[in-house]
Design a binder for this molecule. Structure first.
Ligand code: FES
Length: 190
């Protein structure tokens, strides 16, 4: 017979959560970790965007948009630098201009073909400008005589500066077909 007075001893076992609760806790931990990394990524992206914007603004500040327009007016030396009967090519590449001296004076021809804008070449042997694109030909005066070019080459304003140098002003053009080559500044009498 069991002893009723016998002192009962209880063993306290550690209470462990049920497996379902454990898995939910894991899930919660994972969710928390996931959202932490999401926020971290968002924060990082925001930081990168802000830094990028800042450096873009700095670059715009130090290198602003500047429109480099080709030079329209230039000094071309002294009249004595040009020989009568010669087509001077020294300003062709830089200023798209030929300077030509004849017995009466000097004029500045545009190197732009009046057909579709290519750049003709001066052919010394044939004494003509020949356009490589569609074959238009121009006399030394700039008058067109072959190919599809519909009109002569244009001339630029040419004057003498106070120091005696030739000044070419490309903002002012003269067209032969409009009778403008007779303008006093379309031809320099020297
Ligand atoms: S562009 Fe010169 S001939 Fe056509």
């Amino acid at each position: 017979m069991p002893d009723a007075n016998k002192k009962k001893t209880a063993t306290i076992k550690p209470v462990s959560p049920p497996p379902a609760a454990l898995s939910q806790a894991d899930d919660n931990t994972q969710v928390t970790r996931r959202s932490f990394f999401s926020w971290l990524s968002l924060g990082w992206l925001a930081f990168v965007a802000a830094t990028g914007g800042f450096f873009t603004m700095m670059l715009r500040f130090f290198f602003p948009n500047v429109l480099f327009e080709p030079v329209q007016t230039f000094r071309a030396g002294y009249p004595e630098d040009y020989e009568a009967g010669e087509v001077d090519l020294r300003w062709k590449a830089k200023y798209a201009t030929w300077i030509i001296r004849n017995d009466e004076g000097i004029y500045a021809l545009s190197t732009t073909c009046t057909h579709l804008g290519c750049t003709p070449n001066w052919l010394v042997a044939e004494q003509k400008f020949k356009c490589p694109c569609h074959g238009s030909g121009f006399r030394k005066t700039g008058i067109n005589f072959e190919g599809p070019a519909p009109r002569p080459l244009e001339r630029f304003r040419i004057v003498l500066a106070d120091d005696g140098q030739i000044v070419i002003d490309k903002t002012k053009k003269y067209q032969q077909e409009k009778g403008q080559w007779g303008d006093p500044e379309a031809f320099l009498k020297v």
